[in-house]
Design a protein around this ligand. Structure first.
Ligand code: G4P
Length: 277
């Protein structure tokens, strides 16, 4: 599936992020745990050189637990700090503060040697659209967030959210764009709903999903829709249409409707916790 999607404001967002990176110690990069590679833009590695990096595998509640652990280890081997989280659930974010401090240990020690005391760690959140950046900031900052800086009409600075006495978070996240060079990336992002559905062919997408599920998660489709998984993806989709009574006006099967239903149920986690890569 070939998706071309380069919003015009991309360059501006990139420039702004480059500016903001200069102000911070640590980048909290959010990825979608169901597609931890496809939901990244590797440009951040270059942009964030010399900054500590914490990769949050977000929406982990929708992803395969075993794969979450594997991906987390994989990123750690690459030198990143990681946490597996569900940003809608504050409880799952408890460990994040500690990991931020750990990721900035060197800076804290440097400060100490220079006699600088209590300078807070400054962090920013970054990621492609829809990975949960705003949700994370809201949950992580919670009610206690006191906004500092940028008094309207006084200074034209940045807004920082004071999380505690040690950490300040830039309140606007850095926006990255996915890299669609590999057609598989576009397909996987479309599957999780991170690409506008108007830009993709849902019928085709649902067939790709069926193919993947039969191979990687056998039993999921037969369990939910009582379909035989040995048929072609097209036959399986027809069967889903039949079982879920997706019908056109004349009573004929409506596979388009079944495709939408399947994608919705997958995206909302009704098919279980599934990782796509
Ligand atoms: P963004 O700033 O990176 O663009 O993402 P945003 O926070 O707007 O989140 C995008 C969608 O992902 C939201 O759903 C949000 O609720 C959901 N989300 C964020 N983090 C998690 C998570 O850890 N787990 C799950 N399951 N979902 C998460 P939405 O459908 O756009 O809105 P709504 O359903 O919350 O109203």
């Amino acid at each position: 599936m070939n998706i071309q999607w380069y919003p015009g404001h991309m360059t501006k967002a990139r420039r702004m992020m480059q500016e903001n990176i200069k102000l911070i110690d640590v980048i909290i990069e959010l990825v979608d745990a169901r597609v931890p590679m496809s939901s990244r833009n590797p440009d951040i590695d270059q942009m964030g050189q010399n900054k500590s990096r914490l990769i949050l595998l977000n929406k982990a509640d929708l992803a395969d637990e075993r794969k979450n652990r594997q991906w987390s280890e994989w990123f750690q081997e690459k030198g990143f700090y990681t946490a597996v989280v569900d940003s809608r659930n504050r409880g799952s974010l408890k460990a994040v503060n500690g990991i931020i401090r750990e990721a900035c240990q060197e800076k804290l020690e440097r400060d100490k040697r220079k006699g600088i005391k209590n300078r807070p760690i400054r962090a920013m959140v970054a990621g492609i659209p829809n990975v949960g950046k705003s949700t994370f900031i809201n949950s992580f900052a919670g009610k206690a967030c006191a906004r500092t800086g940028n008094q309207p009409g006084v200074t034209k600075g940045k807004q920082w959210i004071r999380l505690n006495k040690n950490v300040e978070l830039l309140d606007t996240p850095g926006i990255l764009w996915p890299k669609f060079d590999d057609p598989q990336v576009g397909c996987r992002l479309a599957m999780i709903g991170a690409v506008k559905d108007e830009l993709v062919n849902i019928d085709e997408l649902s067939l790709e999903l069926i193919k993947y599920l039969v191979e990687a998660y056998p039993g999921v489709l037969s369990g939910r829709y009582q379909v035989d998984e040995t048929g072609s993806p097209g036959q399986t989709l027809e069967k889903i249409a039949e079982i879920r009574k997706c019908l056109q006006k004349g009573g004929e099967l409506d596979c388009g409707k079944a495709a939408v239903l399947l994608m919705d149920e997958f995206r909302s986690g009704k098919l279980g916790r599934i990782t796509l890569e």
